[in-house]
Design a protein around this ligand. Structure first.
Ligand SMILES: [Fe+2]
Ligand SMILES: [Fe+2]
Length: 364
């Protein structure tokens, strides 16, 4: 598969209105704030402070560095592994930023209200800056990986999607919430001086983008016809199942190809890694954060896109959802409740990576 370029045929409805009053509401405030918080990736970052020998982030914050199979590697290999993992992640963030730039450009056209268009327009500028800053950073690191097919899949479906609500769910609620978690963690764990300078600023921009999605959709979703809502609920579920990699198929598998380029013997390392992570209940999980449990699913609940019929499916993925309390607990795949739910799905022949199948189970 050629991952170096692809194109999507997109038909975007473009809404013009002779209506220039801003409603003076939440979105206008967001637009106004964005204008005041613009920064310049070229001049506001001291690029000459880049340190090629430093770890990008503090490795003790990562799950991998609590595993025995990683500690068994030589110090040199551990450093190479951590660098490779971060370069892979930042490469996917970079490709995601380009997707956000393109999707947001579409939103300027298809969102009907002027304040929605303004907020999307200023986000286009933010995303251009993010593409610039991450591309420059990977140039400094002299490394970059291609887009992963899981990310490509969601980007293609978002760009081709004709309804703005679905674009907004996929981009602002799912992809940007995942990015937001990474940026939050990145800000806390940054070590390399240049990364440390800009990651907090990207985090601040991204928080506004997620807020845009939540504010727009929490008003809009309840107004949609039941059929459209169901479609969006299912779409969001399928995207979480695919991107979290907890529904029978690991996500972002090209990260293993990426690791093979840094001199680690994957034939001996990967089986140990899989064995150790199959049941990681023995690992100290204190301080570990999962973007789905922390940001994505809570935001989906907030905008009304987690129906009761899909709660068993989320549980089978290790996310215990309490709709009444609007709460998500990451209980992981090895928890007894998760295992029970998976066993029940297996008995019924339900593939819980698909919302439609989970739904069939709920109504049977
Ligand atoms: Fe961004
Ligand atoms: Fe963004």
């Amino acid at each position: 598969m050629d991952l170096s370029k692809f194109s999507v045929h997109a038909v975007v409805p473009s809404e013009f209105r002779d209506l220039y009053e801003l409603e003076g509401d939440k979105l206008e405030a967001l637009y106004s704030k964005s204008k005041r918080h613009q920064w310049n990736a070229e001049t506001d970052v001291e690029w000459k402070e880049f340190d090629p020998t430093a770890d990008i982030r503090d490795r003790s914050t990562d799950f991998m560095f609590r595993l025995n199979c990683v500690h068994e590697l030589s110090e040199e290999q551990q450093t190479a592994l951590w660098r490779g993992m971060n370069i892979f992640l930042i490469s996917q963030i970079l490709h995601g930023e380009q997707a956000a730039l393109m999707t947001c450009g579409q939103l300027v056209n298809c969102v009907p209200d002027l304040d929605g268009k303004f907020a999307a327009a200023v986000q286009v500028m933010d995303e251009a800056r993010h593409v610039e800053v991450f591309a420059r950073y990977l140039d400094c690191q002299k490394a970059r990986f291609p887009i992963d097919p899981d990310l490509k899949w969601i980007v293609e479906s978002l760009l081709a999607e004709p309804e703005w609500e679905a674009k907004c769910v996929g981009m602002q609620i799912i992809l940007e919430s995942i990015a937001l978690s990474f940026f939050r963690l990145g800000e806390k764990s940054a070590v390399e001086p240049v990364f440390k300078q800009f990651i907090g600023r990207v985090h601040e921009d991204e928080a506004r983008h997620v807020a845009y999605g939540v504010l727009t959709l929490e008003d809009r979703i309840p107004e949609l016809p039941a059929e459209t809502r169901t479609r969006l609920e299912n779409w969001a579920y399928d995207a979480v199942a695919r991107l979290a990699g907890r529904a029978g198929r690991p996500a972002f598998q090209t990260q293993f190809d990426a690791l093979s380029t840094i001199g680690i013997d994957l034939e001996s390392f990967v089986p140990k890694l899989i064995a150790e992570t199959r049941d990681a209940s023995h690992i100290d999980a204190e301080g570990l954060e999962d973007p789905m449990a922390q940001t994505v699913i809570p935001n989906l609940i907030r905008v009304g896109l987690v129906p009761a019929r899909l709660v068993p499916g989320y549980l089978a993925q290790g996310f215990r959802v309490d709709l009444a309390a609007r709460r998500v607990d990451d209980i992981h795949s090895w928890h007894a409740e998760t295992r029970e739910m998976r066993a029940e799905f297996a008995r019924e022949g339900v593939d819980f990576s698909k919302a439609q199948e989970v739904s069939r189970f709920a109504t049977s």
